[in-house]
Design a protein around this ligand. Structure first.
Ligand SMILES: [Mg+2]
Length: 412
């Protein structure tokens, strides 16, 4: 006969432990005859026998059994399969599939047979598996795809959107750009360091025109794309002050925090960066040195949902909002949206509609004001037409690159 349940701790004690720390099961049974007596014993029960190890959960028996990859241009869509007919999708972004597919094949050794709901544990296992390969774009972009798929599985298993697993929604809508009222002016390729009026005036004019187009209630941003040499960027930034730009993006190439500090000391326009700063360890110097006003973390570049949430928490402590960078498909956007939906400090989300040739179906809508609803349904909230995906002829990845007029290599 099953004992009366007074408290999970008492029940566990009755089922499991014969005697520990001076309290026997017989003692407990005698005491548990009266509810009041049972309640009085709760503290001692907790001390004697923590019930946590005895509480099974719905996710305890699920295991990773396999994966499939589908290359689509510079992206690889990743499906992780389990022993419970639940599967998850992720996106390995901006890597040649000739790299991402064999890398995934190799890293699957670390995932095979693991419980996919142990997301933090598996992130650590992947990231720290080989001390010589830790970090870097190739590893982090691949871990991001895996991490998204694990969150998708876990959300589906519990029947909730991923943001419910991260504390629930902190907002009802996610503001996105570009829209007619929020426009980012591009730098348009490498610029010389000469700083002549002919170098700077066209960029200033483009910002001025964008401000006139969106009006006083619109938003203008400028993407320096790391291709304006710092002295010229400072000249330009000071010239666009009258146009109330929300940010200058990527004012310099990541790598030397002193360059960002120097620019920050000379520029009043807010500075944003982060699409190539992938982890909390790469982000924290900008915050500590107060040289970035907005963090543009990219979920698909930066280790997925797990790392993006941590970056957001780190930025929150410095009152620095996230304006997530994204050039991902609907899968990568969904992953980033779920984090965005669960954090307190957020500005605006980059968003380009990409359904990978009609193979992905999203669960949110962007309205005419540029406000997106939150993803719906369990997991990431993206349906994948796998049969259609398998039939797609993937375009070949091409390595980009930029040159200066004199033939030397340029940042872009
Ligand atoms: Mg950018």
């Amino acid at each position: 006969m099953k004992p009366t349940i007074l408290h999970p701790g008492i029940t566990a004690m009755m089922n499991e432990q014969p005697k520990q720390q001076g309290i026997s099961r017989r003692d407990l049974l005698a005491s548990a005859g009266a509810t009041a007596a049972g309640i009085l014993l709760l503290n001692e029960v907790s001390a004697a026998d923590n019930p946590a190890p005895h509480v099974g959960d719905r996710a305890s028996s699920i295991k990773i059994t396999g994966f499939k990859t589908y290359p689509v241009g510079s992206k690889t869509l990743l499906k992780i399969e389990t022993n419970q007919q639940v599967f998850g999708w992720g996106e390995i972004s901006q890597l040649p599939p000739t790299v991402s597919e064999p890398l995934m094949q190799s890293m699957f050794e670390l995932l095979d047979g693991e419980n996919p709901t142990r997301i933090e544990h598996l992130w650590q296992k992947l990231y720290r598996a080989h001390r010589d390969y830790r970090g870097g774009a190739f590893m982090l972009h691949t871990i991001a795809g895996i991490d998204m798929a694990l969150w998708d599985i876990t959300g589906k298993l519990h029947g909730v959107p991923v943001y419910r697993l991260m504390g629930g929604p902190t907002r009802d809508r996610i503001r996105v750009y570009p829209t007619p009222k929020a426009y980012k002016v591009p730098a348009g390729g490498p610029r010389p360091a000469s700083g002549n009026p002919a170098d700077i005036e066209p960029l200033v004019q483009a910002v001025k025109e964008a401000r006139e187009r969106v009006g006083k209630d619109g938003t203008v941003m400028f993407d320096a794309h790391c291709c304006l040499p710092p002295p010229m960027l400072i000249q330009f930034a000071n010239a666009i002050e009258p146009y109330d730009v929300l940010w200058i993006e990527e004012p310099a190439v990541p790598g030397n925090i002193e360059v960002f500090k120097r620019i920050k000391q000379s520029v009043k326009v807010p500075l944003a960066s982060g699409e190539r700063d992938r982890t909390i360890w790469e982000v924290i110097p900008y915050l500590q040195e107060r040289c970035i006003d907005i963090i543009q973390h990219d979920c698909a570049h930066g280790g997925g949902i797990t790392q993006m949430k941590k970056v957001a928490v780190l930025a929150e402590t410095y009152t620095v909002p996230l304006a997530p960078h994204s050039i991902a498909s609907f899968i990568g956007i969904a992953a980033s949206f779920h984090v965005t939906a669960s954090i307190p400090l957020f500005l605006i989300h980059e968003y380009y509609s990409n359904d990978c040739g009609g193979t992905l179906k999203k669960s949110w809508e962007v309205d005419k004001n540029g406000d997106s609803s939150l993803p719906q349904g369990p997991g990431l909230g993206v349906e994948v037409d796998e049969a259609a995906l398998a039939k797609m002829d993937p375009t070949k990845f091409k390595w980009p690159g930029q040159k200066n007029p004199d033939g030397s290599v340029a940042d872009y």
